[in-house]
Design a protein around this ligand. Sequence first.
Ligand code: ASP
Length: 328
Amino acid sequence: MNTRRKFLQHTLWGGLAAGSASFWERIVPNIDLLNADVLPVVIATWGPNTKATAAAWEVLSKGGRALDAVEAGARVPEADPEDSSVGYGGLPDRDGNVTLDACIMDEFGNAGSVNFLQHIMHPISVARRVMEKTPHVMLSGEGALQFALQEGFKKENLLTDSARQAWEAWKVKSEYKPVINIERHDTIGMVALDKQRRIAGACTTSGLAFKMHGRVGDSPIIGAGMFVDNEVGGAAATGLGELVLRTLGSFLVVEEMRRGAHPQKAVETAVKRIARKHASLVKDAQVGFVAIDKKGRHGAFSIHKGFNYVLYQQGENKVMEAGHLLRG
Ligand code: ASP
């Protein structure tokens, strides 16, 4: 880190009370630029994921690898029965099956993914095994389950009583209509930059509640739900997966950063692209992106108000509201 940056960092963040960051954020609009090169950092979609970022920080703060951090982080909501959009406790498809999607990428550009996986609580760890132990990137459905069982993962019933009750209630009308910010999703897309400047990302979800059986969203698709490039940065998406799939949103964010865009500009470009290409759909659909670049700068943006995210940097685990494109 150069001396000027160190000076700014010490003056703004170290020399002054840590709790005064919000004061500086108010008077220096581009604090994020001054805050460059502050490692490590982890960012995750949705405010309720603070325990996940804390688990990731635990790895990062000890000098651990970004890949281990994002896996540890993603496993938190996967095991949480209260989280209705990831792993155990996730809302089922319209036939009552909990089907899970997840993907992971490391600093070398290696990737692993599982989709339409049932009965396994930690799809993110299965995705990592796909990446590390097979010649493939993606395993699906029965094959993914078979692989997980071979690897020693336990077959479990992931449908909790409250998820079953929500499904029973939904069946009364059986109406499928994606709702903006439904559940204040805890679906997690996470990107981390470690002390050695290695970047990794993870994304895991039970997908849209009451989806058609067999539906796979953006979350396990490398480049859609999540993408990292160690030369540049990483991004992750949440919301209506069909819109992210059609625009390969996370890849687009990373490519924008490659062309020199600040992460905030890059996520705004991806949201605007969706809005321009799919104007008739965005009125009723939410999509949000988070991103960090190689310097530890971050960005977050969504179509509609209501998307928040968690940033863990400089020992502070903060829930922040993302900016949004559409008014009203
Ligand atoms: N993007 C996920 C999907 O479409 C859902 C979410 O982010 O909550 O499956």
